[in-house]
Design a protein around this ligand. Sequence first.
Ligand code: ADE
Ligand code: ZN
Length: 346
Amino acid sequence: MLPIKPVPAERLPELLRRMPKAELHMHIEGSLEPEQMFALAQRNGLSVPYADVAALRRAYVFNNLQEFLDIYHAGTLVLRTEQDFYDMAWAYLVRAAADNVLHTEIFFDTQTHTGHGLSAEVVINGLHRACVDAQAQLGISAVLILCFLRHLSEAEAFEALEQALPLRDKLVGVGLASSELGHPPEKFARVFAKARALGFRLVAHAGEEGPPAYIWSALDVLKVERIDHGVQALRDPALVARLVHERIPLTVCPLSNLKLRVFSSLTEHNLGRMLEAGLVATVNSDDPAYFGGYINENFTQTFAALGLTARHAYQLARNSFAASFIDASARRAYHDRLDEVFETFE
Ligand code: ADE
Ligand code: ZN
């Protein structure tokens, strides 16, 4: 690891902004800003059940994950065409590039949209076209991870996987999202086994609101390579020891945890303790349009609240590339770009 020069607190936001990084946990439907939601509704001849953008934003107050998921689901109703999915993803990718995200692994689901009468192709083709254009026009790599919705049945997850298979080449992995409590990973053991046999990379939300036991079973039963959130892991020292030993990455989303009241304030967040424990933690935005900020906002607010330093910044950025589903030569190139920024930052 590079020797990291100390950086005064007032210069940290600039370092965090300039720092190359990967984003590994964001749901593309959660990047739909109220302005774009109203514009898509108008284009599709639909209405949004709020008077205006300000009224919609005022509704973004949540006591837990489920309250958020209900509003988030309502917001997806404006998405009707392949171009809608393209435009939503493109807006995120432009925003991510501005935050010096060099690589992003985007979560999406098809079950929400097939439930609204759309086909899986419309969703995947629109998102994928934006990813291809991002490489060419923004110089960032973007890949797609299909999330199963855990509040729905195993049979419905199998159906979603089946519908996605003709578009297999446009996806890198599968994940597991939506209401965690009461829907343990075991429910999806067989569909994850099938995805694994088909060569998909595997991730799952676990330990966001749910207990450490859900993280154990995501690892042992689903055989995931990364844990999304995982902040409850610190309640279980044996689990922490395993995650450290096996270098299982955790995709942490501090502003999401704050808005969904997983922590009562950012000063209570355990990101600093995770890093001190040697966990491969990363910082991500989850649903930036709903939680008050994109990835750099997550970095700057969390660093300010927890008093984190340039050394933590370097570690988190390095972890983000180490945890991504990229090949070894791309990883080396990203690590070199990261080192260069830290070596030349004054
Ligand atoms: N879907 C979108 N955001 C999510 C989150 N934070 N947890 C679970 N499912 C989600
Ligand atoms: Zn998430």
